[in-house]
Design a protein around this ligand. Sequence first.
Ligand SMILES: Nc1ncnc2c1ncn2[C@@H]1O[C@H](COP(=O)(O)OP(=O)(O)OP(=O)(O)O)[C@@H](O)[C@H]1O
Length: 598
Amino acid sequence: MKPLWRLNKYLYKYKGLLLLGILFTVISNIFVIIPAQLVRLAIDYVVESAVIFKPLDLGGLGDIASENFLKFVLVFGVLILVMALLRGFFLFLIRQTIIIMSRRIEYDMKNEIFKKYQNLSLSFYRKNSTGDLMARITEDVSRVRMYLGPAIMYGLNLLILFPLVISYMIMVNPELTLYSLLPLPVLSISIYFVNNLINERSEKIQRSLSNLSTFTQEAFSGIRVLKAFVRENDSVRDFSDASEEYKVKSIRLTRVNALFFPLIMALVGISTIITVYIGGLQVINGDIGYGVIAEFILYVNMLTWPVTSLGWVTSIVQRAAASQTRINEFLDEENNIISTEDAKDEIHGTIEMKDLSFVYPDSGVKALDQVSFSIQSGQTLGIIGTTGSGKSTIANLLMRMYDPAKGQILIDGKPIESFDISHLRKNIGYVPQDVFLFSDTIGNNIAFGLDHTEKDIIEQAAKDADVYKNIVDFPKGFETMLGERGITLSGGQKQRVSIARAIAKEPKILILDDCLSAVDTKTENVILNALKKIMKNRTSVIISHRVSSAKLADQIIVLDDGKIIERGNHQSLMEQKGVYAELYEKQTQAGESVDSDL
Ligand SMILES: Nc1ncnc2c1ncn2[C@@H]1O[C@H](COP(=O)(O)OP(=O)(O)OP(=O)(O)O)[C@@H](O)[C@H]1O
């Protein structure tokens, strides 16, 4: 229960709806109890009238008596009908308050969790799977809503109706009350167990359903590989196996579900039989009238659903508490990437890395070892290295996706931690290695980092990234949709749109992380020359495993296994005749042979 206390702030926020809900529950229950008493009065009246009808009929007053009798019965009938209508109206109002409150809280919770997710660091996303993140914001929130809506609604109903009905019953006949309520605790406990069984089996079904959808999703997104390797039949067989598991589990759930209503009905039936039996004995003894039996049968039926719901509500609350524990775990997660001073000084782009070593906290891999370099604003740094040598890690640290354990990064002479994080990231244009474009128009993708979409800036960025001509050749130009429902760009086009997105925001520092790998060397040169122009007075970091991307840089560092093994400019590195020169020879020779092949 304790994890659910966190929800009290929401209950307080929507206290108006909650209080109205309580009030409507009280009123609706009054309209449940009065008809039962009316039924008792009506039946007793009918029985007594039947007794005195014969003498009156013999005395010639039969017609008047039967007219009066029908009039009374009609009044009782109308009264019971009005009560039922009023009860229905208040039940409607209860749902309009409490269920609406739960929906509003669900909306607030989803927003709170999503906001928290957005503010958490990259390492949080590496630790937790996307499926888990999705499950907590959808399924877990839904379970908590079941507590805030139906569980509170039925719980309140139980709390109000129970004492009300039982005190009336005791007032009318304490002995009969005891006997008729005897089976109800058994009912509640059985429902609790059956319900737990249902939940357990539903969860298994949910899991096998999610396996099924992950499988299906992968089969669709990997359809090209699947077809190329002719694995369609295997895929169909695997799908049928996964479906089989789902079918078996669903059938098992149906079996338990089928038990649910017969169980309730059986126990209610037993209650009714006991009421009629004990009540009958009391009528024979002349202790009570027939009406009391009818009244008690109605009371027992009235209590059936609340008692049933007790088991159901308990299991909802338990599930909600478990879900809320999972939600709280993420809500309590701290973002350790914080700014020390929230400085928003204008960034010029001088970067200095001092003796920096970095170990990835989640994998323990030492990605950088005592790396030092400095770049003046307006200069270009080229970073060359084999795969896994730590190139992208430098980009991650400059973006403050992670903080180094040892060493320091200075931007314009100030520690990078002192800058406000959003301010820092707004000043950096980052083109990641794995291009990610949103399912939106090309124009909106390029304008992603801008607060206002400006056509001129978007077009200029597309020209500088050498992708303008490709875009205007599409029938819808910059309005062309990308993604699942749109067109598919080629690898090189995607990279260039991603470059345009980074330069559109006119960053002070531009980081290109191996993002020219899918373009030919001619396009690479066009882009690099354009960048030289626009990055004047700003800083560029060009990460690549292709020497051609880095050779124009003012300064080049060569990384191997997290260490800088060579540094200089193209000229001096060629003269050193080390790894860089060797790489250059190999790559240009390969380039020449490819060119001559063509
Ligand atoms: N987020 C991460 N969590 C844990 N380890 C990581 C992470 N990212 C990279 N690594 C590890 O750190 C090392 C350096 O990786 P990095 O991505 O910096 O290399 P890279 O030089 O950019 O390689 P490539 O050219 O293949 O992109 C690698 O051994 C990699 O496995």
